[in-house]
Design a protein. Structure first.
Length: 181
C-alpha cells in the first residue's frame, strides 16, 4: 500500500515575508482601483473583508472610503489575514492574465506541478513550502524575458506571479534530484 504524504502549507499572508512594503501598497492600489475586471464574487469578498477588518476614520463602512484611504488602511489586513491576502493576490493575478498564462507555461516547462491556471487559487489551503533551488526568482525572470521579450512586467510582478501560479514560497529549497510532489 502506498504511503500518502501529507503536504504542509504556509498561510497565504506568509507572502509578506518576501514582499517589500512599497510593493504591497502597489498591489493593493492596483486591485482596489481596478475591481471591475474581477468577478462579482471576488469583488464582494474583498469588499466584505475590508468592511469587517479595516477601520477608516469617518466611515462606518470602510469599503465606502476613497480608494487611496482603503489602500493605506488595508495593508495591516493583508499582513495578518490569509483570506484577504489570497483574495487580493487572486484579483491581482487576474489583472495580469497574460503574465499568469506565460508563467504557468514556464513553470510547467520546468516540470513544476501547478494548480490549473484558470482555478481560483485563493481557495487552496495555502502555499506549499518546497521550492526548486535552481529556480530562483532571477532565473525565472530571465527565462520569462527570453520566451516573451515583449512582456512589459516588472521583476516584482514576475516573482509574485511565480509564487501565486506555482502555489509555492521559497521556504524549503531542494536540489534538482529531489522531487517533493
Amino acid at each position: 500500500m502506498e504511503k500518502k504524504i501529507k503536504k504542509e502549507y504556509l498561510p497565504f499572508h506568509a507572502v509578506n515575508e518576501f514582499m517589500r512594503d512599497d510593493y504591497r501598497l502597489t498591489i493593493l492600489q492596483e486591485v482596489l482601483m481596478d475591481q471591475g475586471r474581477n468577478s462579482t464574487e471576488l469583488r464582494q469578498r474583498i469588499g466584505r473583508m475590508i468592511s469587517k477588518g479595516v477601520q477608516i476614520p469617518g466611515f462606518r463602512n470602510s469599503n465606502l472610503a476613497p480608494v487611496s484611504m482603503k489602500v493605506k488602511n488595508s495593508t495591516s489586513l493583508f499582513e495578518r489575514s490569509p483570506e484577504f491576502a489570497a483574495a487580493v493576490m487572486e484579483a491581482w493575478s487576474n489583472l495580469h492574465a497574460d503574465l499568469k498564462v506565460k508563467m504557468a507555461d514556464l513553470l510547467t516547462s520546468k516540470n513544476w506541478v501547478i494548480p490549473p491556471v484558470d482555478q481560483d487559487h485563493s481557495h487552496l489551503p495555502g502555499f506549499q513550502l518546497d521550492w526548486p533551488k535552481a529556480d530562483t526568482f532571477e532565473v525565472l525572470i530571465e527565462a520569462l524575458k527570453t520566451v516573451s521579450p515583449d512582456l512589459q512586467e516588472s521583476d516584482d510582478n514576475v516573482s509574485l506571479m511565480a509564487v501565486w501560479v506555482g502555489n509555492r514560497l521559497p521556504y524549503n529549497l531542494y536540489g534538482d534530484q529531489e522531487n517533493t510532489d
